[in-house]
Design a protein around this ligand. Structure first.
Ligand code: HPA
Length: 243
């Protein structure tokens, strides 16, 4: 039976409904993951949960130890990773509280530990299609069966953060063909590919990109959308894990 990992992002530091069997502190050659790996069962399915930003959300996107997280999941026997990402909307249809199952990535991050490749371990993984089509299809089918609207596909821009973008940067991302923007999709997705983990993302839009709504972006509007939208994310994950 495959072991599924859920990597929870902003607004998802625990998985409701998880019958916890073990909380495991792990050391990896790359250091410690963001939090203990939480092993358990969800409706009969073995699951591992990892809070990307730490259990108390203390790690900003550029301080997350993505390599330790992915290495720890791989060595825990995980074969399938569903990552949850809070994002800004660029595509006018991807408004606050929308869910998106992205199909592509443009990586704008820099200065992060982004690969397991090193001297003596030369890796040139194919990354033409960064997300597992199997996981994408399963997410879409689960959304349908749970009656949750989702956007099928979207180009996910990953920026360095932690600041939000300028309005001109959002215009540039749109010209580049991007639909949503977040800060944690990379290098996580590529590291999963390097370790041959099936990986998919479920993105929750929590604000419109800079310059795309009337005023500035406030933490309050983000938090409101997070609280409202995470209900749908949890319901979709439950449908996914029981499918
Ligand atoms: N930009 C980048 N990352 C984000 C945003 C945004 O507008 N909203 C949530 N994560």
């Amino acid at each position: 039976m495959s072991l599924i990992a859920i990597v929870g992002g902003t607004g998802l530091t625990q998985l409701d409904g998880l019958e916890l069997t073990e909380s495991r502190a792990v050391e990896t050659p790359y250091g410690e993951p963001s939090a203990d790996l939480e092993f358990g069962r969800f409706a009969g399915q073995d699951v591992v949960f990892l809070a990307r930003h730490g259990k108390s959300h203390t790690l900003p996107p550029h301080k997350v130890n993505y390599r330790a997280n992915i290495y720890a999941l791989k060595h825990a026997g995980v074969s399938e990773v569903v990552a949850v990402n809070a994002v800004g909307g660029i595509n006018p249809q991807m408004t606050a509280e929308s869910l998106v199952v992205p199909h592509q990535i443009v990586d704008y991050t820099w200065g992060r530990e982004f690969t397991f490749s090193d001297i003596g371990n030369v890796l040139h993984v194919d990354f033409s299609f960064p997300y597992s089509e199997g996981i994408r299809r399963k997410l879409l089918a689960s959304a349908k069966s749970a009656g949750i609207p989702v956007h099928n596909g979207g180009v996910f821009a990953i920026t360095q953060g932690p600041r939000l973008e300028t309005a001109a940067e959002i215009d540039r991302l749109e010209k580049d063909g991007c639909d949503i923007v977040g800060m944690t999709g990379m290098p996580e997705t590529a590291l999963a590919r390097e370790l041959d983990l099936d990986y998919g993302s479920l993105a929750l839009v929590v604000n419109m990109g800079a310059g795309r709504s009337k005023g500035i972006i406030t933490m309050q509007e983000i938090e409101t959308a997070l609280v409202k939208g995470m209900g749908q994310v949890r319901a979709l994950l439950a449908a996914y894990l029981t499918s």
